[in-house]
Design a protein around this ligand. Structure first.
Ligand code: FAD
Length: 473
């Protein structure tokens, strides 16, 4: 046996760890995982804030539906603290741009329209994709137009944001109807979303999976096959294998490589492929690069604020509150943590897309001022200044370049097949390669055991000669 591993896995997020486990469980144990960060988990990442553990990335797990959700099962097995999110009382909790709550009956009427519109979009999508229809895709917005109810007022827009952007992190104008609606994660796993708030973090689920096949001592993985702080910058590939170069000047050789970095990272120039992906075999065949460049990496940011005292309503039915502004998506969705972390006096607000990108580029103090103006509109001028603020910057982070993928209108199923398609000895995993639960940690989980990873495993176990490169025709 040679000293070089048979398969290198780039990235130790949920999908990379699952891909490694898939290989390991099938008998391929000479693997090497290279991770750029100093810990595993990737976009599942906890942080300390205001004396508590908060999740900067994935936060909710879905459970209670017809299909059991492995992540939810593991969370329960580990006895992680999860709390059912109650979105049921939104009608009493929407604030006007200049302050004051909307009357409940007005919001209830607007919510009924939104619910009917959402149902229409779902039915329309099912009809379009039924056999014999063979219809082109449309955006969610087009389907809203067909329903003759396009949100235009601040109230209608914030409700629409709650239904769509809050899930997809991009507006209905750019989001594919056929590939995002109906939302299979809820159909399969149930519509109960559990907010994970535990000092061990969501990342303990990834750690739990990693510990099943990597040597460890207590909570720390101590296995030569996992190398942290290894930033891959170059993948050299040929018919006989791969050479992977890292930023610190090391080079690793293997037969195959599984790339599990986000589609945002693939769109950036962090990792150089040699030969360049589109030039493989034929310059005209730019299929792989186009499949990568055409997909969307959305941005979803939770901004945390710690206050010396609480000034927002608490108790049942108050957890979520919305701010309706003429500018769609201006500090729209708020959540307090009084149930999960009593007395913490922590609030967080979720922003997405262009707003999230704009915010990332501002200093914290400037964003704090904007947020305080919004909070003063909602709760009056006598509220205290925050003691601390935490703004994750997923979009600027070169190891993520955004929060999760979203399926843009115009992106075909065939393109998505190409996004996953291996190129010679290079295989692709990651949340963006698993369309049914696209964007979610569940997608990353399933992507780690997807058919291409299995194919890699079959080839690697048979030491299949790399006679042909897998190109879709
Ligand atoms: P990643 O986690 O990105 O793993 C890829 C790994 O590759 C990373 O660890 C990265 O450091 C590493 N890497 C990158 N470049 C290199 C390089 N050059 N060399 C070596 N290593 C590299 N999902 C849910 O289910 N529920 C939620 O509530 C939810 N909310 C979210 C909120 C936010 C703000 C974010 C950011 C994500 C959220 N998600 C949620 C999505 C979920 O976190 C992701 O889908 C999932 O974690 C992606 O896993 P992955 O393995 O595909 O990618």
């Amino acid at each position: 046996a040679s000293s070089s591993p048979r398969v290198i896995i780039i990235g130790a997020g949920m999908s990379g760890i699952l891909a490694a486990k898939t290989l390991h469980d099938s008998g391929i144990q000479d693997i090497l995982i290279l991770e750029a960060n100093s810990k595993i988990g990737g976009r599942i990442h906890r942080a300390q804030f205001g004396g508590h553990t908060v999740e900067l990335g994935a936060n909710w797990v879905i459970g209670g539906g017809p299909r059991s959700n492995r992540l939810y099962e593991i969370a329960n097995k580990l006895k992680l603290k999860t709390y059912l999110s109650d979105f049921g009382n939104i009608s009493a909790n929407i604030y006007k741009q200049e302050g004051g709550l909307y009357p409940k009956r007005i919001v209830s009427a607007a919510l009924e329209v939104a619910e009917a519109r959402d149902q229409f979009c779902s039915n329309f999508s099912t009809r379009l994709s039924s056999p014999g229809h063979n219809h082109d895709d449309v955006s969610i917005l087009v389907s809203q137009r067909l329903f003759k109810q396009v949100p235009t007022t601040p109230l209608e827009m914030v409700i629409d944001y709650f239904y769509n952007d809050y899930e997809d992190a991009e507006p209905p104008r750019v989001t594919s109807l056929l590939n995002t609606i109906p939302r299979y994660e809820f159909l399969d796993f149930g519509d109960q979303t559990y907010f994970l708030a535990d000092s061990r973090g969501f990342e303990s689920i990834v750690l739990y999976i990693a510990k099943q096949f990597l040597s460890h001592k207590h909570e720390a993985i101590r296995d030569q096959r996992l190398k942290l702080n290894k930033v891959v910058r170059e993948i050299n590939y040929s018919k006989t294998g791969v050479r992977v170069k890292t930023e610190d000047g090391y080079m690793y050789q293997a037969k195959y490589v599984i790339v599990s970095v986000s589609v945002g990272v693939l769109q950036s120039d962090l990792i150089v492929f040699k030969p360049h992906l589109p030039d493989l075999l034929n310059v005209k065949q730019q299929w792989k690069t186009l499949a990568i460049y055409d997909f969307d990496m959305a941005v979803y940011t939770k901004i945390f604020l710690k206050f010396p005292s609480k000034f927002w309503p608490s108790g049942p039915g108050t957890q979520f509150f919305l701010y309706a502004h003429e500018k769609r998506g201006y500090y729209p969705i708020w959540q307090h943590l009084e149930t999960e972390m009593p007395g913490s006096n922590i609030l967080f607000v979720t922003v997405t897309d262009e707003e999230a990108k704009r915010i990332e580029q501002q200093p914290d103090i400037k964003i704090q001022e904007e947020i305080m103006d919004v909070l003063k509109k909602m709760f009056g001028n006598n509220i205290p200044q925050p003691e601390d603020i935490l703004i994750p910057r997923w979009w600027s982070n070169r190891f993520f370049k955004g929060s999760f993928s979203n399926w843009p209108i115009g992106y075909s199923q065939r393109r998505h097949m190409q996004l996953k398609e291996p190129v010679g000895p290079i295989y692709f995993s990651g949340e963006h390669t698993y369309s049914r639960y696209l964007g979610y940690a569940d997608a990353a989980y399933f992507a780690g055991g997807n058919s291409d990873v299995m194919d890699c495993q079959i080839r690697a176990s048979g030491d299949y000669p790399l006679s042909e490169f897998g190109i879709l025709t």
